[in-house]
Design a protein around this ligand. Structure first.
Ligand code: MN
Length: 198
């Protein structure tokens, strides 16, 4: 077992000017890497506990696992959701479902942008098979306000490490810029892969 850091599907300078090379290097090589290591560290501590029969630190270890695992998963989606050739609008089944569940693409986008403005971590578009519904979710840290049984199909990281070096306090400019990077074909594939199973 053991987690590994996924490679970015583009060069470090490929998302300029929305995300600078410096921010992408720090974000992937330091922050994302840190969550990957955090998962492995938690797993090692759990193994040791089981060997030693000492479960006195279980709570803090499992909290560390959840934080780092959720961070790892969401960063993988975030990187793959973007492309230097991104932008535009969703198409096909995803667009149909957005229109069904939010009224229009514009409604969805306004709500998602508001979620990203309010989040202490992430804005997510998720598909919830239980309800056969797309939903926006506002996440603090990597896991607070998580929705059980929901599959993220679009993730936007609004931790300060994601934008502050490039935008200062103007988070809204970063959120607007993100829409020029969204690789809707990746989002559509994620959605259709889950949607087709339910
Ligand atoms: Mn991040």
């Amino acid at each position: 077992m053991g987690e590994s850091l996924i490679e970015l599907p583009y060069e470090y300078d490929a998302l300029k000017p929305v995300i600078s090379q410096q921010v992408l290097e720090w974000h992937h090589d330091t922050h994302h890497q840190g969550y990957v290591k955090g998962v492995d560290s938690a797993e090692e501590k759990l193994e040791k506990q089981r060997k030693d029969g000492d479960y006195s630190s279980t709570g803090s270890i499992l909290k560390g696992f959840t934080h780092n695992f959720a961070g790892t998963v969401l960063h993988e989606i975030f990187w793959q959701n973007m492309s230097p050739n991104g932008g535009g609008r969703p198409e096909g089944e995803l667009l149909n479902k957005i229109e069904e569940d939010f009224g229009s693409y514009e409604n969805w986008k306004e709500e998602f942008k508001a979620a990203a403005g309010a989040a202490g971590g992430w804005a997510l578009l998720v598909y919830i098979p239980r309800n056969d519904e797309l939903h926006n979710v506002v996440v603090d840290k990597h896991d607070q306000n998580a929705v059980w049984g929901a599959h993220p199909v679009l993730a936007l990281d609004v931790w300060e490490h994601s934008y502050y070096h490039d935008y200062g306090p103007n988070r809204g400019e970063f959120i607007d810029g993100f829409f020029d990077l969204v690789d809707w074909s990746d989002v559509q594939e994620r959605f259709e892969g889950i949607y087709s199973k339910f």
